[in-house]
Structures are given as structure tokens and as C-alpha cells.
Design a protein around this ligand. Structure first.
Ligand code: 3H9
Length: 696
């Protein structure tokens, strides 16, 4: 029974049991209808409690049903039935009450929550809005401002705050079921307090307008948030039933948008990345003690990430003095975590005195379970480090490199235990960025791969399996689509126009603003490294080299593509850049031409999708969804477009293949269609078709 009805004394007990998160499937909706009918028919019941089995209250509508024909009974009708009950119903909330789950609780006549419960309406993160009364009942209960905040931010409210704003009536630290039963007994025989009958708060159009204006700035291009504001405002000036009807209509409209499909693809893709056949049933090695080699930006970020996850960390620097400097830096980062409320001062003190040490000696790593190397990106240096690790690490310790492009097979050969070697490619800042590429070398043992994924889970990161190649999934693709942007600049486009066109598309930042942030020395050094392997027809962004030679390294020097100063800390356009670009083009004999924004996006995205197809075709990424998750979480790809491969499917692969064919007429060296993209486009396939496939 997904929904069970029992009576205890005068209280009807309705229990929802639909693991793992009690999502509201058709079975739950039908079960609730039956349970309410049983409650009504049960003369001995004077009030009722709704409980959830397992780890959480209802986490929302069953997302897996979205995009399929709706099945009766509909959730708003189920919740109306709960609210209409003549016998008071108490919602007993533990874990998370999200989306339709919170809407069920809003339809009950009273709410009692465990002290650590969290409540929220996250629908906008899925390209939706609350569609079962959330836009109409929540404002009646907590007021207009608090409800608009919860609905547009998708923020989860803790139990204490929920009590303060009137979202729940009581909080319990002890036995929730007992307290809920007691609450129900107190309400037995009383007139139920129906949320829909509470007077609607006065509509404050100015507040709604200012929220919508700020959404245009913070979530440009996204349709769900402003639509949700409209639903709240329009509904509150109507009788409740009509308010519900317009909410339902808007919800169903959003259900049909590409943004909803993209965001739900992102939701499931982020959970599917760990679902790999070579991990099935393979136990991870135990990891309690981590070693980190190198206390630079990456090493320190990795150490802090592990410390915040309650792991023991030993950081090794080249000598005691450097170790002390690294320790001081880590102390400052932990302090910042205290400032952001992520860590209590007591916990910080405990970490620094018990769980962390920085030393200048590899011997200290002899009992580490997993060691991550984050030293200078040079093969010879890495090989030396791994040879030393081989000498000190205990048998069975996992030896990981944080390299972002070097050959992990070669690094593994520097040891006598290549089966224990793996790439763990963190993104900077490593204690903030959620993405982790788990780079599997030819001889990496399956349980070492499983350990990489288990570590990611502990660090609350999203791990994606990648194969060995220059740049793995993300940086390999970046090099390619970045080259497409640079070629446009060489041919006449302005970096500012490219940045604007791509932020308009939805990227968090344009590629040239990103260069300024990372430092133009990074790209320069990469070009130097790759120079020997360069094909004569590869187009070199000479303008970037010129900026580097002029010492314009980006934000850190106050000038790169943009100028940064007190007046414009975020950067303004540099009027001298056009002259520099003209000179470079003249030197190369290029007659510049105009680009419109649509062509900029088409070329940038075609390059990204084409290389994504190659990465999948070469087996570097397990499936197209793995590519999407990497670009979404490490490269600022707009989530509401679902990732490049999902976006390509939505556009239609034949159109992208045609674009590449057209571009190749001017440059058939760069624009060569990936076999996978060509084949799928020819036979009417989609990248999404490959998301179910298993990995060899
Ligand atoms: C909505 O409610 C619309 C209504 O307003 C109107 C309707 C008319 N459905 O995340 P986890 C699966 S919109 C189906 O790894 P955690 C998930 O795929 C909905 N499946 O666990 C995974 O499956 P698998 C609004 C779901 O402990 C497994 O459960 N609600 C759903 O880290 C475990 O998930 C939301 O947006 C679902 N709703 O986090 C809440 N939720 O094991 C979305 C989860 O096969 N959910 N699954 O990979 C979450 O935010 C997190 O899952 C939660 C648990 C915090 C609940």
C-alpha cells in the first residue's frame, strides 16, 4: 500500500510510503483520495494525521511523470479534498516538504514539523511554478512578501523560520508522530481551519513589479519565475477557485516549455552520472585520511573541501616554510567559511587542532587513504611526485592527480601500482565548485573509480566519469569552442560583441570576460605548451598573445580585454582594443567582416556540440548527459537550456550539421563534423537516445 489508512483511538492515521522521497505519483494521489474517503466514512475518527514513512515528507510531484499525459486524480483536486475534510487534518512533516509536498501540507488544517525539517517550493528550478495551490494558499498563510520570496527564490526554509512566518504551527524536537497525534487530539471536534478561507493579503503591485525587475537582471531569459509572480498577484485579486484555475492554466503552459524539459533533463542527468555499469556492486575503498600535495590555490581548495566534509587532511608542501604559508591560507579560507555561516567557530578550531596539518615531508602521507596531487602542471614534475608517492604511500592507498589535461596513463606509469592511480580533476575554487571529473586511466582498478565517486559524494560534489585525453571532457571542449570564438575575432568580430551575444544566450560570462578573470597568462602558457603539436592550419589568437606581451593579463593587472578600476570593478570596454585587433588582422592579411549575434551563437554552439559529439564518440564521456553535466556545472552553461547536447537535440541535429557543413566551406580544417553527429543527424536520431546506453 503506497498510502495506508489506520485508526488509533479517535485519530485517523494516513501514511504515505513511496520510497525514496515519497514523490506524488498517480498511486499516491489515488491512495490519498481513498484514505480521505476512509477517514470520512470512519465514524470513530474525529481528526487525522498525515505522516510519511522513510527519510522524508513528500518531496514534490513525481518528476518522472512530467511530459507524459496527466493522469487522474490531479493533485489540486486531492488537496482540495484534504482541505474540504470536515475532520481536522494535521500534516506531520519531517525531512523536506517540497513543491507539491508542501502544497499538500498547505491543504491540511495544521502543520507540525520536526526541528530539522525544511520546507520549500523549488518548482521554478524545474522551469515550473507551484501548480497545486502554492501560489494561492502560501500567501494567505505567510503574507505576500514571504510567499513571493519562497516561490521565486526556491529557497528551503528551516523549521524555525517556518514557525516564525506562520508556515507551520508547531516544531518538535522529540517524537514527531506522538506530537502530531497529540495535536490532532487537541483539534478533534473543532472546525477545521482552511487556508483557502483565510483573507487574501492585499496585492502590492509595486512589490511584484520590483521583484520582476530584479528577476530580469538575475535570471534573464527564464520564464518560470516572472510567471509565478503573475500567478500570485492575479490570483489574489480573484475568488479562491478562480485564482486556482489561473494558477493551473499557467502551470500547464510552463509544463510545455523547452525550459521545463531542459531543467528536468539537468535534474535527472545530475543523478544519472553516477549510474555507470562499471560501478555496479563495486565497493569503494575506505577514505578517512586525505593527503594533499601542493598548497597553491587548487591544493588549498581541495584541502578545505575535504575538511568541511569532516575528513582528516595532511597537506604536504616543498618545505616547512611553504607548509606554514599554506596552513595560514587554509586558516583564512576556513575563517571565511565561518563568516558565511558554513562552519561554527568551535568546529573550525577543532578542525585546525585535530583534523589538519601542513608539513614539508612526504613521510607524513604514509597512512593516508587517498592522496591528491595538485602541484605545477608539468609532466616531469608530476612524474617525480608520483614516484615519491609510490615510495611512501601505504599499499592500497588511492593516488590521484588533479591535472586538468596531462596524460594520466603516463603519470600512472611513474608508479609501480598504476591500478591505484586516478585523475580527480577539481575546478577552481575547489571548495566551492561542485564539479569533479573522475578521470579513469587504462589500468585504474574499478574500486578506485568507485572510491573517486564515493569521495565526490562525501564532498557534496557531482562526479562525472571521463577518459584520458588532453583536457578530458570539459577543457577539451572548451579549447575547441574557444577556438571558434577566437577565429571570429580574427575575422572581424569584437570580443565585446561575442561576450554580449553569449551572455544574452544565457552563459554566466562571455569567453573574454572569463579570460580576464582566469588571467591571460593561462591561455598563453597553454598555447606555448601546444605550439609543438600545432597544425599549420590551426588559427592562433595572435591578439591574445599581444595582450599578454603588453602585460595585460586581465583582472589581476587591471587590464586585459576589459579595463578594471575603482570606477568599474567589474570591467568596462577598452577603447584601444579595436586598434590592436585591426593591427593584428592587417598583419595577418585578414579583411575583417561583420558578424551578427545569431551567427556568433551558431558558430560557438556548433563548435561546442561538435566537440561534445566527438568526446562521446571517442568514449571520453560515457554518454551525452555526462557532457551536459560537465558544461552545466563547470563552464557556466545556462541550466535552463539543459546543457549543449540537450540543447542540440532541442534545436534539431540536422540544422547543426548543416551549419557545420556551411562553416566548413570557409575553413574545412577546423569545421569537420564529428562522425556521431553526422550519423545521428542523417538518421533522424538524437543525442538523448544514447543516454540510456551502458559503458564498455
Ligand atoms: C512539483 O511538485 C509541482 C507541483 O507544484 C504541482 C504539481 C501539479 N520525483 O536527490 P536525490 C529521485 S515539482 C521523482 O539523489 P537527496 C531522484 O531522481 C517537484 N523522483 O536524494 C533519485 O532517484 P535515483 C518539486 C524524484 O537525498 C532519488 O529520488 N520538487 C523526485 O540528495 C533520490 O534523490 C522538487 O523539485 C521527484 N520529485 O535529495 C524536489 N525527487 O536514486 C526535487 C527526487 O533513481 N528533489 N527523486 O537517482 C530534490 O530536491 C531532492 O531529491 C531531495 C532529496 C532534496 C528531495
Amino acid at each position: 500500500m503506497i498510502v495506508d489508512y489506520q485508526r488509533e483511538g479517535v485519530i485517523g492515521v494516513i501514511t504515505i510510503d513511496n520510497p525514496p522521497v515519497n514523490a506524488i505519483s498517480q498511486g499516491v494521489r489515488a491512495g490519498l483520495m481513498d484514505a480521505l474517503a476512509a477517514l470520512n466514512a470512519d465514524a470513530g475518527a474525529q481528526a487525522a494525521v498525515i505522516l510519511c514513512a522513510g527519510r522524508t515528507w513528500v518531496a514534490g510531484a513525481d518528476i518522472a511523470e512530467f511530459g507524459k499525459p496527466p493522469m487522474m486524480p490531479h493533485l489540486p483536486d486531492v488537496i482540495d479534498r484534504i482541505e474540504a475534510s470536515a475532520k481536522p487534518v494535521v500534516a506531520a512533516i519531517h525531512g523536506t516538504a517540497l513543491g507539491g509536498g508542501l502544497e499538500i501540507a498547505l491543504g491540511a488544517h495544521a502543520r507540525i514539523a520536526a526541528h530539522d525539517a525544511r520546507l520549500g517550493l523549488p518548482e521554478v528550478t524545474l522551469g515550473l511554478m507551484p501548480g497545486a495551490g502554492g501560489t494561492q494558499r502560501l500567501p494567505r498563510l505567510v503574507g505576500l512578501a514571504a510567499s513571493l520570496d519562497m516561490i521565486t527564490s526556491a529557497r528551503q526554509v528551516g523549521a524555525a523560520e517556518a514557525l516564525k512566518i506562520g508556515l507551520v504551527d508547531r516544531i518538535v524536537t522529540g517524537d514527531l508522530t506522538r506530537a502530531a497525534m497529540q495535536f490532532a487530539r487537541e483539534l478533534a471536534g473543532q472546525q477545521p481551519r482552511r487556508t483557502s478561507e483565510i483573507a487574501a493579503p492585499t496585492v502590492d503591485a509595486a512589490l511584484a513589479d520590483s521583484i520582476k525587475a530584479s528577476l530580469t537582471a538575475t535570471a534573464p531569459g527564464q520564464v518560470a519565475r516572472p510567471r509565478a509572480v503573475d500567478a500570485v498577484i492575479e490570483g489574489l485579486s480573484l475568488p479562491f477557485d478562480q485564482g486556482m484555475a489561473q494558477e493551473r492554466a499557467k502551470f500547464m503552459e510552463l509544463m510545455d516549455t523547452p525550459q521545463r524539459a531542459a531543467l528536468i533533463h539537468a535534474f535527472f542527468a545530475e543523478r544519472a552520472v553516477t549510474n555507470l555499469p562499471d560501478l555496479k556492486g563495486v565497493p569503494a575503498r575506505t577514505v578517512d585520511r586525505i593527503g594533499v600535495i601542493g598548497g597553491g590555490t587548487m591544493g588549498a581548495g581541495i584541502a578545505v573541501s575535504a575538511l568541511l566534509a569532516d575528513l582528516d587532511v595532511t597537506l604536504v608542501e616543498r618545505d616547512a616554510e611553504a607548509a606554514e604559508r599554506a596552513a595560514a591560507g587554509i586558516g583564512r579560507m576556513l575563517e571565511a567559511s565561518v563568516g558565511r555561516g558554513k562552519l561554527t567557530p568551535d568546529r573550525r578550531d577543532a578542525i585546525l587542532s585535530e583534523s589538519f596539518r601542513a608539513v614539508g615531508d612526504y613521510e607524513a602521507l604514509s597512512d593516508a587513504d587517498l592522496i591528491v596531487e595538485a602541484v605545477f602542471e608539468k609532466m616531469e614534475v608530476k612524474e617525480q611526485v608520483f614516484a615519491r608517492l609510490d615510495a611512501v604511500a601505504r599499499p592500497g592507498a588511492v593516488l590521484a592527480t588533479n591535472t586538468s589535461y596531462l596524460d594520466v596513463n603516463r603519470i600512472a606509469q611513474a608508479t609501480g601500482r598504476p591500478q591505484d592511480v586516478i585523475g580527480l580533476h577539481f575546478f577552481s575554487p575547489a571548495h566551492v565548485m561542485r564539479l569533479l571529473e573522475v578521470v579513469v586511466a587504462d589500468r585504474t582498478a574499478p574500486d578506485v573509480v568507485a572510491t573517486g565517486f564515493a569521495l565526490a559524494r562525501k564532498l557534496k560534489k557531482i562526479a562525472v566519469r571521463a577518459g584520458v585525453c588532453d583536457g578530458f571532457i570539459g577543457n577539451r571542449m572548451l579549447a575547441h569552442y574557444r577556438a571558434a570564438a577566437d577565429a571570429m575575432v580574427l575575422d572581424g568580430a569584437s570580443p565585446y560583441q561575442i561576450d554580449r551575444a553569449l551572455t544574452e544566450f544565457g552563459f554566466a560570462m562571455g569567453p573574454y570576460a572569463v579570460s580576464d578573470l582566469a588571467g591571460l597568462d593561462i591561455g598563453y602558457l597553454t598555447r606555448q605548451r601546444m605550439a609543438a603539436d600545432r597544425h599549420p592550419r590551426d588559427r592562433v589568437p595572435v591578439f591574445a598573445d599581444r595582450l599578454y606581451e603588453l602585460g595585460r593579463l586581465g583582472r589581476k593587472t587591471g587590464r586585459g580585454y576589459y579595463i578594471y578600476d575603482d570606477k568599474d570593478p567589474k570591467g568596462r570596454e577598452d577603447p584601444e582594443l579595436a586598434g590592436l585587433l585591426d593591427q593584428v588582422r592587417a598583419d595577418l592579411g585578414i579583411a575583417p567582416r561583420d558578424f551578427d549575434d545569431a551567427e556568433i551563437v551558431a558558430r560557438y554552439m556548433a563548435a561546442m556540440v561538435n566537440e561534445g559529439a566527438r568526446v562521446v564518440g571517442d568514449g571520453i564521456a560515457a554518454r551525452p548527459l555526462d557532457v551536459d553535466v560537465v558544461l552545466l556545472n563547470g563552464y557556466g552553461f545556462p541550466r535552463w537550456r539543459g546543457g549543449p547536447m540537450h540543447w542540440a537535440d532541442a534545436q534539431g541535429l540536422p540544422g547543426i550539421a548543416d551549419d557545420i557543413e556551411r562553416f566548413s566551406r570557409q575553413d574545412d580544417h577546423f569545421w569537420r563534423i564529428a562522425p556521431l553527429l553526422r550519423d545521428l543527424a542523417a538518421k533522424g536520431g538524437r543525442f538523448g537516445d544514447l543516454n540510456q546506453r551502458s559503458v564498455a
